[in-house]
Write a protein that binds this ligand. Sequence first.
Ligand SMILES: *Cc1c(COP(=O)(O)O)cnc(C)c1O
Length: 381
Amino acid sequence: MDKTIDPKLLSRLLKLYNSVEKHYSGRILGSMTTYPHPLAIYAYLLFMHTNAADPVIFDELKYMKREILKELGKLYGCNCEGLVTSGGTESNILAIYVARKISRKNSNVVIAPDTVHVSIDKACDLIGCKLVKIPTNNKPLNTGLLEKYVRKHDPFAIVITAGTTERGLVNPIRDSARIAREYGVYLHIDAAYGGLIIPFLYKHGYLRENLLFYKGINSISIDFHKNGLTPIPSGVLLFNNRELYEHTCYEAKYTLYGKYCGLLGTRPGGSIASIWVMLKIDKSFYEKLAIKMYKYALITYEKLSRFNELRVYKPILPIVVFRHKYIDSEVLLRKLLKKKYYLYRAPSLNGLRIVIMPHTELKHIESFINTLKVILEEVKK
Ligand SMILES: *Cc1c(COP(=O)(O)O)cnc(C)c1O
């Protein structure tokens, strides 16, 4: 070992590592993060030194990106352009940015159902557009209402979420695409969470809506650091043509490549390598995973439903939301936190959110249910 490394420092680092929460403890139940796949970690580490903003020096990244686009093209039925991003937030900001840039309208309005992810609010704040939200009462978007809003507000872009953050709703993708096409509006599909689940649940008959690049869709964002088992940060933004992608590029003459595309400058080549290797691992890897997560979500739903005092929402994607009929969710959340269970909130339903992620095991669900049982017995007294 290099003598300049202070062993005391290393032991402090290791101590912090040992105490930090790990996904395999089964206690992180509300977050959309997971423990990356060993092969994805290895790929990331091997390409740790590479900069994805420089595909000239690191030519192999360009090759891997092409292959990623080809694989995703097969999944979503497109001949797509696109880029690897740091995740859903960057992808969404870029999509709105491009939509605004190419729009010939005077309109400054983006329309989305009110279940849209906060990164779209952020995108509109940054870009200076106005986000008009369609009330949905936490139901899939009514496309009749969408059409009304499009007529009234004449937006330059529509954002439809395929797998909403709080509840896992899948909005009507195909019908929204038809409306966007009819009115000549840019359509972005935010499938950051649902992108690697929806096509497989559809294929197996668990979902009525599929995620495909229907005519009328301009871009789709998919996170890989959620259900794709790659290290953070990694997402993909797909465009339906090269011209849209080129709009994310800025000339940078001093570099070998001559331009920077996307929002970031220097960015991890490791993200590209890890997505590439995961897409090559086994043709049905993500499919099997999606079905497993969905089945675990159904099991969680059934177990929670046995408590009479809980109102539980049936999972659409592997997300289970529940609330206590009498106790405030915030109180329940605190009680669970005290027992080191980390759930997230579903504020629009006044509930708590469990997301079944790739690392979630049945024994994790059982332990959680047992802890919840103890808490619910306590509050009865
Ligand atoms: C997670 C998520 C985002 C944000 O993605 P990050 O990778 O956290 O930046 C955006 N939209 C949806 C629907 C998401 O689930």
